[in-house]
Design a protein around this ligand. Structure first.
Ligand code: HAM
Length: 420
């Protein structure tokens, strides 16, 4: 038997209402902040992500779905959206029409990670990118929007973590400090971290190896060595969060798994999803646009994992949805009335009513059971003596009230169904 690929999952129709509910909240809140939707292709040239996210990151080094197409071009299924949005921003000169471009997205992403609860190889993100301003108010806005979306789903067990990585110069100075600190401990680091010591020392903070964590715990902190501008911007973000009543923690180790960040980084964790705690993450990336060939343009953004959020919602039972019901279930009393019922269903569907009937030649009793299962608001009986007199019988399933209506009077039927 052929099964779905490891790390992918079907979203069955019983799951869809939860997805739709989340999507509705996401779209409403992004629209309140005036973000417009963008959709980009599922795959891009590999170089976009390699250059944008950074060669030394886990995503580029170990997790991308990269393949050659028939014309020998190296393509990659998008592991994240920021690089793709920036590519589109540059390609369509979006910044020429508008100095500040505020975009949001909702899309599948692909990373070949080890699957576990809340971690998939095809997963879905929603997120936002604001390109064109260095205002820290926009950094705060990213946190506010993501927090508001998570709260709108009823989630409680949330921790907002923030950090600042400073400007590139600050970071270069800090890297020297970190190098000095780690120099005599280098040989006790894991192999990956020893390599990163040479290539991209900040990535050592990403290490999951316990002995690395122990060493790095006492390292000097980047937030204590910020330049004046980064420090002032960080203060603005903290102030805005306090004003919006969003509790937060400063997490000096939050370097994030992508290389493009400058100044603010943040994550929102949930205590309700097991090991994969990050529901969303983001930050400022003032250098990415020029790295990818555009004019120097400051930008900030975030992305959130939908599967992980829905898992947190399920574990916290944070919202309940009322089962959607169909408007009318048609029951034919005589089997030979199939085509009459089919025609009537067609007329009612044209009136924008949701309608179904039995295609399996089942007994009246079985049809009634089906109507109950589908939570039908009305049941319409066709057949028997009433049918011979040109009538049909409408039953309101919540009140039990029944009435007869002429078969030809669809308008009358519709108004009863809509008004009763
Ligand atoms: P990220 O931290 O790599 O950031 O991913 C954002 C969120 O996507 C994570 O917090 C997590 O909820 C979800 N996620 C990531 N990998 C998986 C996975 N394998 N399975 C399920 N969910 C996952 C970014 O992608 C950046 N582009 C965010 C950003 C936007 N920064 C600035 N702008």
């Amino acid at each position: 038997m052929i099964k779905a690929i490891t790390g992918t999952k079907d979203i069955l129709s019983s799951d869809i209402p939860h997805w739709k509910y989340l999507e509705k909240n996401v779209e409403r809140i992004f629209s309140n902040y005036n973000y417009k939707e963008i959709r980009t292709p599922i795959f891009e040239e590999t170089a976009l992500f390699a250059r944008g996210i950074g060669e030394e990151t886990d995503i580029v080094g170990k997790e991308m779905y990269t393949f050659k197409d028939r014309s020998d071009t190296s393509l990659t299924l998008k592991p994240e959206m920021t690089a793709a949005v920036v590519r589109a921003y540059i390609e369509h000169s979006l910044g020429v029409q508008q100095p500040l471009v505020k975009l949001f997205y909702l899309s599948p992403m692909f990373r070949q990670e080890r699957p576990q609860a809340g971690r998939f190889r095809q997963f879905h993100q929603f997120g936002a990118e604001a390109i064109g301003s260095k205002s820290p108010l926009l950094d705060a806005e990213m946190i506010q929007m993501s927090y508001e979306i998570l709260k709108s789903l009823g989630l409680k067990n949330l921790t907002v973590k923030i950090n600042s990585l400073g400007t590139p110069e600050t970071r270069e100075n800090y890297k020297k400090l970190l190098k000095n600190f780690l120099e005599d401990k280098k040989n006790t680091l894991s192999e990956d971290s020893r390599r990163r010591f040479e290539t991209n020392i900040l990535r050592i903070f990403d290490s999951k190896v316990e002995s690395d964590q122990k060493i790095i715990k006492d390292a000097p902190k980047l937030v204590d060595h910020l330049d004046e501008e980064s420090k002032a911007d960080f203060e603005v973000v903290k102030d805005q969060l306090a004003k919006s009543n969003i509790p937060f923690e400063i997490e000096p180790k939050l370097v994030r798994g992508l290389d493009y960040y400058t100044k603010l980084t943040f994550e929102i964790d949930s205590g309700s999803v097991g090991a994969q705690t990050a529901l969303c993450g983001g930050g400022r990336y003032d250098l990415l646009i020029e790295t990818l060939g555009g004019k120097p343009t400051p930008a900030t953004g975030f992305a959130a994992g939908i599967e992980r959020i829905l898992l947190a919602c399920e574990n916290e039972m944070s919202f309940t949805l009322h089962e959607s019901a169909i408007d009318v279930y048609l029951i034919r009393i005589d089997n030979e009335l199939d085509s009459v019922v089919n025609e009537l269903a067609g007329k009612l569907r044209k009136e924008n009513l949701s309608v179904d009937f039995d295609y399996l030649q089942r007994s009246v009793k079985a049809q009634m059971r089906e109507a109950n299962k589908l939570n039908a608001k009305y049941v319409l009986f066709i057949g028997g003596d009433e049918y011979k007199q040109g009538l049909m019988n409408l039953k309101n399933m919540s009140t039990g009230i029944e009435e007869t209506i002429p078969l030809t009077k669809i308008e009358e039927l519709k108004s009863r169904i809509k008004n009763l």
